[in-house]
Design a protein around this ligand. Sequence first.
Ligand code: 1HE
Length: 268
Amino acid sequence: MTLTPTLSALTNLALEQHDDGVWVVTLNRPAKRNALDEATIEDLIELFSKAPRMGALAIVLAGAGDHFCAGLDLVEHHDEDRSPEQFMHVCLRWHEAFNKMEYGGVPIIAALQGAVVGGGLELASAAHVRVADASTYFALPEGQRGLFTGGGATIRVTDLVGKARMIDMMLTGRVYQGQEALDVGLMQYLETGSSLDKALELARRAAANLPLSNFAICSAVSHMQNMSALDAAYAEAVVAGVVNTQPDARERLDAFARKTAARVRPNS
Ligand code: 1HE
């Protein structure tokens, strides 16, 4: 058995693998505003299950066209006329994909533009960092469509904006954009230029960290949020025991001790 898997063919995702370990994964159904059909979710599971074992050091998640993602493929959902049990399984596949992202240990930076709505916001909220541009807007239109969130918004979007704002978004269809979206925590960066360029810059910076440090940052923090404070503190100590004694960190510690490493300074 090999630990390095190979990727099966992807239907609705485009993948670029850069030499520096940064991967760019692009939702590639722009004619359908990158709506999430079953095939796209299977692609996301395939990619994010294997990327951590294939040398990906950081991943930019982008959407082709003017919109990041229009959420659940409503036409497929209409045409399939799913039973409750079938749709429960659809949602479980979404959770499989998004959990692989959040807990996989590889930094994922979402580059957002246009609509980030419904399941599109659920997808974006499974990334570790979100970068928006001037065109980006966020909404949860499920309430207006006679639906409910099924891809983790009740957990991840509530974590980002808090319960009251989450319920308001669902009840009233409220749209957040620009500085207000930044202020409520829907994204961490608001760019006047290209969100993709900024996401790439952040991914390259993250990829320069030691992979084991990134693994801890991008999986342990999420796991610890699911624990009691007592258990989380214990787990933190165990993770730090492993990460903070990794042989690869010696060189960085030596550089600090020899005063050749960069110091932390305020932004100029
Ligand atoms: C779609 C979808 C979709 C577009 N499923 N096909 N999500 C929503 O309620 C968002 C629904 N979409 C929209 O509000 C708009 O399409 C957008 C604001 C995203 C873009 O508007 P626009 O004017 O650029 O595009 P359009 O003309 O509305 O759509 C272009 C095409 O994309 C059209 O297909 P065409 O074959 O007629 O050209 C649309 O049908 C298609 N399209 N959005 C399927 N969502 C696990 S539970 C998750 C719950 C949810 O996510 S609820 C979904 C919330």
